[in-house]
Design a binder for this molecule. Structure first.
Ligand code: CS2
Length: 490
């Protein structure tokens, strides 16, 4: 089978979309840290759509942890296939906006030199929540994080995202080059201001003068990013090969829906993202809050309860009417009332989400979404819970999401089989659940004492404690599917 590459694409039959520009004329304007599936399904696609008229905005990607994306894309000249799937079928498009991928561990100085060069005007990131090395409850840099300790001791050989950004900014400052704009495209709450606090703090710890310079001169626009991107499987690779006739080591599976809302704050300029479907706005935070609380809050709830009920994919859980009702009610009764978005049709947004979760062609694993719960819970469920507790409003559905997470991180499913719990705090949580010995109160007290997740207020809140424990008792007694059915009255 012929491998996808610039050469083979040039001679390949059509029937799928390919870059509509001369790739050899494209030059890098963006460095993207964390070149995983999400970026390649989202921002890289928007950039691909505008390169024909804006060739100075190509992307150089950097992988911070594993070199697997670099290894897959290098023989393909950075090209890869995006397969958009729904019940009506699959549409393939080859994306050309990624010019090159650098491995931050082995090509560090090449990466930093590129980031320090004047051509690079934007450094964007999708490094996932844990890549910010912060305490999830507060969004503040964790100075004791092993990567931060390492990077402060070795500022010229950083391995964390904040360390790499600050090293490159320091090089620009020394060379009197204006700083690039830092654009987070991760699901953090207030991702612009949060990234700013983390990067400025890291720079201050390195050198107070550098910290002051970063705080004064670097822009950190916020973004709301949305597209569902399940991990690619071998079956997906085979499907893409049969569609295009070209072997692609790392195609991307995704849904038709895509949304990107960007705060307009780019002192060195930006590509005209609004010409290719992005919304460029003054204040992005209401959009972020809406998406985190409605989409991601529902997603995590579906993931923990769905996994426990034996559903491998989100669409399997959505085939159970009780799960649909639960998620519908969670959004309608508990999330929407905490949002202030005049002019936005929130019930319409909810219905569209329910439809997206139902997409049977996507095969989005509940286990994938369940990952890194300690990094996700605060912005997806706990913030909404806090707002509702303050207003004396019920938290029944949201608290079930939290209880299901607590049940899930015990690491044993309802059949007594092991769950592969992926989370930076997995070891600590295993020890806590072992100590709790299946007692709901002890489990709640042990896990909610993780102040970097729950803060100090929630563990002491009697309503929160009582509601979560009640749900835990039910999860232990009758299991996830029955608990959901009982709650929604089915
Ligand atoms: C998901 C998100 O894995 C997860 O935690 O909730 O990745 C979700 O698919 C995206 O935020 C959708 O935009």
């Amino acid at each position: 089978m012929t491998r996808l590459s610039a050469k083979t694409l040039a001679g390949s039959p059509t029937g799928f979309a390919v870059p509509d520009y001369d790739r050899s004329a494209v030059t890098p304007g963006i460095v993207h840290l964390g070149i995983g599936a999400f970026h390649r399904a989202h921002m890289a696609v928007y950039v691909d759509s505008l390169l024909a008229t804006n060739p100075s905005w190509g992307v150089v990607g950097a992988s911070l942890r594993r070199p697997d994306t670099k290894e897959a894309l290098e023989p393909q000249d950075g090209l890869y296939t995006v397969a958009v799937r729904d019940a009506s079928g699959t549409k393939a498009r080859v994306i050309g906006s990624i010019l090159k991928v650098l491995d931050a561990n082995t090509q560090r100085s090449e990466l930093l030199d590129l980031m320090a060069s004047p051509a690079i005007r934007i450094v964007s990131l999708t490094v996932t929540e844990k890549g910010y090395c912060s305490a999830p409850a507060t969004g503040e840099l964790d100075p004791n994080h092993p990567d931060i300790v390492h990077d402060l001791a070795n500022p010229d050989a950083p391995r964390s995202a904040p360390g790499i950004i600050v090293a490159a900014l320091a090089q620009r400052r020394a060379a009197d080059i204006r700083p690039f704009t830092v654009m987070s495209c991760d699901n953090l709450p207030s991702n612009g201001p949060t990234t700013r606090r983390i990067v400025v703090r890291f720079a201050e710890l390195r050198d107070p003068a550098l910290g002051a310079w970063v705080a004064e001169h670097v822009a950190f626009p916020g973004t709301m990013i949305d597209r569902i991107v399940p991990s690619t499987t071998d079956a997906d690779r085979a499907m893409v090969t049969s569609l295009t006739g070209l072997e692609d080591a790392w195609p991307i599976m995704t849904e038709p829906f895509t949304q990107w809302v960007i705060e307009d704050h780019f002192p060195l300029g930006r590509p005209p993202f609004e010409t290719v479907g992005a919304q460029v706005v003054k204040d992005v935070e209401p959009f972020e809050r809406m998406k985190l609380r409605m989409l991601n809050g529902s997603h995590s709830t579906l993931a923990y309860l769905g996994y426990l009920a034996g559903h491998q994919y989100v669409s399997d859980a959505m085939a159970d009417p009780a799960f649909v009702k639960l998620i519908h009610n969670l959004m309608t009764e508990e999330a929407i009332p905490t949002l202030d978005m005049p002019g936005v049709d929130l019930p319409g947004y909810r219905d569209q989400l329910l439809e997206r979760f139902r997409n049977p062609a996507l095969q989005h694993r509940t286990w994938q979404i369940a990952m890194d719960g300690t990094q996700k819970l605060p912005q997806r469920l706990l913030g909404t819970i806090r707002d509702r507790l303050k207003a004396d409003q019920p938290i029944t559905h949201l608290a079930l999401g939290v209880a299901a997470w607590m049940r899930y991180v015990m690491g044993i499913d309802e059949n007594g089989d092991t769950i592969d719990v992926k989370d930076p705090l997995a070891m600590r949580m295993m020890a806590i659940s072992a100590g709790a010995g299946g007692d709901p109160e002890a489990l709640f007290d042990g896990l909610s004492a993780l102040t970097e997740v729950f803060g100090t207020d929630l563990p002491q809140n009697e309503v929160f404690r009582g509601t979560v424990i009640e749900h835990l008792e039910s999860l232990f007694e009758i299991g996830s599917a029955e608990t959901v059915a009982e709650l929604v009255g089915d």
